[in-house]
Design a protein around this ligand. Structure first.
Ligand SMILES: [Zn+2]
Length: 218
C-alpha cells in the first residue's frame, strides 16, 4: 500500500496527515511504516486530500524539479508538522501524559512553521463569495505543500470540536490513527470498523477462547 491507496479516515486533511504513518504498537523490531516515503508520494497524497489542486501540483512538480533539494526540504517540513501535531493531539484527545517540555516544543515548532507559511501568504479579494477576502497560503511552489500542511494543522487545533476528536484505541487493538467522529450520536470508536474494529473483536474472541481452554492454575 502506498500514499495513493492509504485509507483517508481523518475527516480533515491535517488528521489524515497524522495518519500517514503507522501509529499503533509497531511489530517487535519493526519500524513504523511511513506512507510519505518520498516527495512524489507526498505530492500524490496532498492531491488526494485536496491540499493542492491539479494546477498547483503541476507547479510544485516544476519547482521541485528545478530545485530537488527543496523537494526533500518540503518533505522534512511536512513530517515535522505531522509529528508536532500528533504530540499536540495526543495531549488533548487521549491526555497521554507527555512531559510538558515535549508538548511546548511541539506547539512552538507548529506555530513557527505556521507563522512562516502565513508570512508567505497573500490576501486575495473574494468579491463573489460570502466573505470579502481570504488568505491564500502557499504562494511559493516549492513550499506550497508544507505551508498548506502547517495551516491545516493549526486550523484543526483551533477549530475542531474536541468532543468529536478521537483516536482509534491502541490499548483495545486499534491502530492509533486520529479522526473526527461525525456520527450522529458520537459513538464511532474505530477509524475503520471493517478493519480495526473487526480485528479487535476477533482478537478478544481468541483471547476469551484461550482463557476458557487454559488449565486452571493450582
Ligand atoms: Zn484504526
Amino acid at each position: 500500500m502506498d500514499a495513493t491507496e492509504l485509507p483517508l479516515v481523518g475527516g480533515h486533511p491535517a488528521l489524515d496527515l497524522v495518519n500517514t504513518v503507522e501509529r499503533g504498537t509497531p511489530a517487535p523490531g519493526g519500524q513504523p511504516l511511513d506512507y510519505l516515503a518520498d516527495p512524489p508520494a507526498l505530492l500524490r497524497w496532498a492531491r488526494r486530500v485536496r491540499l493542492v489542486d491539479e494546477a498547483e501540483a503541476a507547479a510544485v512538480t516544476d519547482g521541485w524539479e528545478r530545485d530537488p533539494g527543496s523537494a526533500y526540504a518540503a518533505l522534512a517540513a511536512v513530517r515535522d508538522v505531522r509529528e508536532a501535531l500528533h504530540v499536540a493531539l495526543l495531549a488533548t484527545i487521549d491526555r497521554v501524559p507527555s512531559d510538558t517540555g515535549t508538548i511546548a516544543a511541539a506547539l512552538e515548532r507548529l506555530h513557527s512553521r505556521w507563522a512562516a507559511a502565513v508570512g508567505r501568504s497573500r490576501l486575495v479579494l473574494e468579491r463573489d463569495r460570502a466573505t470579502a477576502a481570504r488568505l491564500a497560503v502557499g504562494v511559493t511552489a516549492g513550499l506550497l505543500v508544507p505551508d498548506r500542511a502547517a495551516d491545516a494543522a493549526v486550523e484543526v487545533l483551533r477549530t475542531a470540536d474536541l468532543a468529536r476528536l478521537r483516536r482509534c484505541p491502541p490499548d483495545a487493538g486499534g491502530c492509533g490513527w486520529v479522526f473526527l467522529d461525525h456520527s450522529r450520536n458520537g459513538s464511532r470508536r474505530w477509524c475503520r470498523m471493517a478493519d480495526c474494529g473487526t480485528t479487535a473483536k476477533a482478537r478478544r474472541l481468541t483471547e476469551r477462547r484461550r482463557a476458557a481452554r487454559a488449565p486452571t492454575a493450582t
